[in-house]
Write a protein that binds this ligand. Structure first.
Ligand code: ATP
Ligand code: MG
Length: 269
């Protein structure tokens, strides 16, 4: 752990009405660290990511990114958010804009870059994700995997210090997952600080510095991939991993309650 973490989450709580979804999360992510967050459906993984860039307002606790407290009521939240790139399961590209225009629009609106500069930075980032030749294409002509790489390039074009990924490959056909993971692997090797919610255990094992297992709105385990995936200390972690690796078995074991995660894991693990 570096002395000043890039992301620091302290005693983070989030409730929706009576439903306390995050129940005191403490997490530090060092500069250049890649942390994969795993856990069952409903455990609060997306809510945690959304609290880190204040798409959701925490009920209690603090979030720091690059030394700035995002939860400080006086913070310039738009400026702070610009330092955080986010990639979702759905790519959310504008269908009526070309790939280049999709990348240029937020740069021009948010960063006030001029047209030429935005186009140049769009081209640079399309190259990074291996899609230079799709600059003038419309999203509908791209595969899901290509669209997700465009969405990653769009986030990168904003020059973020940290990247948050929320199940970036779970909407993709299995054969398209690899190209997206390859881009994420490249970013990790370049030293990007990344928080990745994923069920791609082989990616987590290979790329993550740490794996965090969440259940019921708390961090149950936090350690190296070898520790958390390879030798989980908690029964809840073991149970989750067993279900993920063998969904059919879990359904037999649990009847209908095994349905959620097994559908979503879809044998990709
Ligand atoms: N905007 C919201 N309003 C009300 N409840 C919400 C909202 N967002 C999330 N929740 C609730 O918070 C809980 C955690 O949801 P969250 O999406 O963070 O889980 P998750 O771990 O990401 O699950 P999944 O693996 O299915 O994506 C769920 O019970 C969900 O219904
Ligand atoms: Mg989620």
């Amino acid at each position: 752990m570096s002395p000043t973490p890039e992301i620091r989450i302290q005693d983070l709580h989030k409730s929706f009405g009576d439903n306390e979804v995050l129940r005191g999360i403490d997490l530090e992510i060092g500069q250049g660290e890649v942390v994969c967050v795993i856990g069952p459906s409903g455990s609060g993984k997306s809510t945690l990511l959304r609290c880190v860039n204040l798409l959701e307002e925490p009920t209690r606790g603090q979030v720091f990114v690059g030394g700035t407290e995002l939860t400080d009521p006086d913070v310039d939240i738009d400026a702070a958010r610009r330092r955080i790139g986010m990639v979702f399961q759905q790519f959310n590209l504008f269908p009526h804009l070309t790939v280049t225009e999709n990348l240029a629009l937020p740069q021009r609106r948010v960063l006030k870059r001029d047209k030429a500069q935005a186009a140049r930075i769009a081209a640079e980032n399309l190259r990074r994700v291996g899609l230079a030749e799709k600059a003038d294409a419309y999203p509908s002509s791209l595969s899901g995997g290509q669209q997700q790489r465009v969405a990653i390039a769009r986030a990168l074009a904003m020059g973020p210090e940290v990247m948050l990924f929320d199940e970036p490959t779970s909407a993709l056909d299995p054969e398209l997952v690899g190209d997206v993971l390859a881009v994420m692997r490249m970013l990790a090797h370049e030293g990007m600080t990344m928080m990745v919610v994923t069920h791609e255990m082989s990616f987590a094992r290979e790329v993550a510095d740490r794996v965090v297992f969440m259940d019921g709105g708390v961090v149950v385990e936090d350690g190296t991939p070898d520790q958390v995936i390879g030798a989980p200390r908690h029964e809840r972690t073991r149970h989750f991993l067993a279900r993920l690796l063998d969904p059919a078995m879990a359904e037999v074991e649990e009847g209908i309650s095994g349905q959620g995660i097994s559908d979503r894991a879809g044998g990709k693990a």
